[in-house]
Unconditional design. Structure first.
Length: 638
């Protein structure tokens, strides 16, 4: 039997691993092959569940066409070969110039997709259906470029279990014979999960009182027909799942937006409900930037690079992220901001960049001397990075009631939007680029084992939330639409520190921003977010079985006295290569896992070109470890 690998999950993460396997197979396998790779996924291979073609054409990506690639380039520092390939924008340009019908999905392609493709520009936020076409093309291209002897087999079904027969991994499939392979990679992306105890209590209480409650899940898979026209709907969550909810409930039900001065006006269809939405922060994620850097890319890393993280790791810990790492992380992010400000907008600063950079490098972040330098060198406060405002945009805001709060929240969201679309504020993009660098090093620090359990339980959760709110927000046009809906009275913001309970036969909600105001009541509540990762509560039969058997274990964080601080629900993996760690703490030699359900947090399954992206580097490390676990690789090494 030829050496064989099974990748469970054929979306962009699984395809990224496949591409890297193909790149390194000639080096790591005896004679470069043979090798069989099985891709297992009930959803379309290439796109997977999230990016499948069969979803609303109204749903868009949160990245511009020029900011999406699946391929390594000269910026990527990894052990495997660099195999450049077209970004989404380069792929779209090729189709615009030459046409290539096979690149489009073979079924379900209406004229609207071809029309969208023809209109795409570098700064367009394409539909998810057009991204599905790109990802499908990427898979076909990756398969076509595999070295001789490497064969790919697609299995459009679900993996239900994994057993072992000696060194052989037996992967059980739904409605098909099992696969006998040497190595298995779990790459299923975001997974559904049963409700938490608190969510389950709401499910049961709602059923008892005849209320309706939609627990966290993929918004595109929710039954939104239970939300009736004209009724008030309480919504918890203002992230990307909320944006999808808004798209599907308003424009998706026949409403439309028309130009209205510098903004938009919403024209209702009569089929929409009224949303009252809140979250801990109380505001939407920050808009994506809609401009390019005016200066060159900031020289990164500068203050939070491998040397600094290596020193923290070498200390042996325990390291507290907020106390020891965050000042350097913040200084690095601000370095990206000020590099762009000084070199891209020199008329708005008082000193030359070289002088500022030298003084900045000597000072501690958040020190009085640093504050004095920034005040002297950058006269306009808008041009100074404000981490508090980025993290908690409604800080200090109070209102006597819901109606009084709306213009105040809209004003802050509108100003944030202005700064993310107006090229006068490109320092936001400089900070974003620096955040990506910081994210990669923070992931390495988190995986080293030196962070205190308390810091892993709370500081890392804060950092991930902060990163998501700043770096993973919606396109600006979605924010404009949301503001139009708010002005029209279809979306009200509850403010920061949202709370929900059940009393007098109804859901009630309020917030810290509206402290003292009467609660908002409704008979329906939506948790507009993805389920928290949980291997033990997963609805995936394969992962559930692996947890029951102790082959997969969750990352449970305990305090020094043994008190459980937090069960992250994440699959424990070896940070270097994603090898799964079992319940006894042993590393499995032939089972790997990648994605948001693991303890290695990688920012996205695809990435911007030219960024030495963490996702591409990690795909390479995992793929090479998978290849080395094959008998053929061991023979080649011998």
């Amino acid at each position: 039997m030829s050496p064989a690998i099974a990748i469970v999950g054929a979306g962009p993460r699984g395809v990224g691993i496949l591409e890297r396997i193909g790149a390194s197979a000639p080096e790591l396998l005896a004679a470069g092959g043979p090798l069989d790779v099985h891709l297992v996924d009930p959803y379309p291979a290439g796109a997977g569940r999230i990016w499948r073609h069969q979803q609303s054409p109204l749903l868009a990506m949160n990245s511009m066409a020029a900011d999406v690639t699946m391929f390594t380039d000269s910026s990527v520092v990894c052990d495997g070969p660099i195999r450049p390939g077209p970004s989404f924008w380069e792929w779209a340009q090729h189709l615009q110039d030459f046409g290539e019908p096979p690149a489009l999905p073979p079924e379900g392609v209406g004229p609207e997709l071809a029309a969208e493709l023809a209109a795409v520009t570098a700064s367009t936020f394409p539909s998810r259906r057009l991204q599905s076409a790109y990802l499908g093309w990427v898979l076909r291209e990756v398969i076509a470029d595999l070295p001789p002897g490497v064969r790919v087999h697609l299995h459009a079904t679900r993996a239900t279990g994994l057993t072992e027969d000696g060194p052989t991994q037996v992967l059980h499939l739904e409605g098909a014979p099992p696969l006998l392979v040497d190595v298995v990679v779990l790459a299923s992306g975001h997974l559904d999960a049963a409700p938490t105890p608190g969510e389950q209590a709401l499910v049961e209480r709602a059923a008892e009182l005849g209320l309706r409650y939609l627990p966290p899940e993929q918004t595109t898979d929710s039954d939104l027909s239970v939300l009736k026209p004209g009724e008030t709907v309480l919504v918890r969550g203002l992230g990307l799942a909320f944006i999808d909810l808004v798209v599907l409930l308003f424009e998706g039900r026949g409403g439309r937006f028309e130009p209205d001065g510098d903004g938009l006006r919403y024209v209702p269809s009569g089929a929409e409900p009224r949303l009252v939405a809140g979250s801990p922060r109380g505001a939407t994620y920050h808009s994506k930037t809609h401009y390019a850097l005016r200066a060159d890319r900031p020289p990164l890393p500068r203050f939070f690079g491998p040397d600094v993280v290596d020193a923290l790791i070498a200390s042996g810990g325990p390291v507290e992220l907020r106390d020891q790492a965050w000042p350097l992380m913040a200084k690095e992010i601000a370095w990206g901001w000020y590099h762009e400000l000084f070199l891209g907008h020199p008329g708005r600063v008082r000193v030359p960049w070289a002088e500022f950079a030298a003084r900045y490098a000597e000072l501690d972040w958040d020190s009085p001397a640093m504050a004095a330098l920034l005040a002297d060198a950058v006269p306009d406060p808008v041009d100074r990075i404000d981490f508090t405002a980025l993290d908690r945009p409604l800080d200090g805001l109070r209102a006597r009631d819901l109606a009084a709060l709306q213009p105040l929240v809209r004003e802050r969201i509108a100003e944030d939007l202005r700064q993310h679309v107006d090229p006068a504020h490109t320092p936001h993009l400089g900070a974003f680029v620096a955040m990506l660098s910081v994210y990669g090093e923070t992931t390495r620090l988190a995986g080293s084992g030196v962070l205190s359990q308390r810091s892993r339980a709370f500081d890392l959760a804060w950092w991930q939330g902060f990163f998501n709110s700043v770096a993973s927000g919606p396109p600006g046009f979605r924010v404009r639409e949301l503001l139009a809906l708010s002005r029209a009275g279809f979306v009200d913001f509850l403010g920061a520190g949202m709370w929900v309970d059940v009393a007098d036969g109804e859901f009630r909600a309020g917030s810290a921003t509206l402290e003292g105001a009467p609660p908002v009541t409704a008979r329906v509540l939506v948790d507009a977010r993805l389920p928290e990762p949980s291997a033990s509560r997963t609805g995936d039969p394969l992962l559930a079985a692996l947890v029951r058997d102790g082959v997969v274990s969750e990352d449970v964080l305990t305090d020094t006295d043994g008190t459980v601080l937090r069960n992250t629900g994440l699959i424990r993996v070896r940070p270097a290569d994603g090898a799964v760690v079992d319940a006894a703490g042993r590393v499995h030699p032939r089972l790997f896992a990648v994605g948001p359900h693991t303890t290695v947090k990688v920012a996205g399954a695809f990435t911007r070109p030219g960024m030495n992206a963490q996702s591409l580097r990690y795909n390479d490390a995992v793929a090479r470890a998978v290849l080395r676990a094959l008998p053929a690789a061991r023979e080649a090494a011998a």
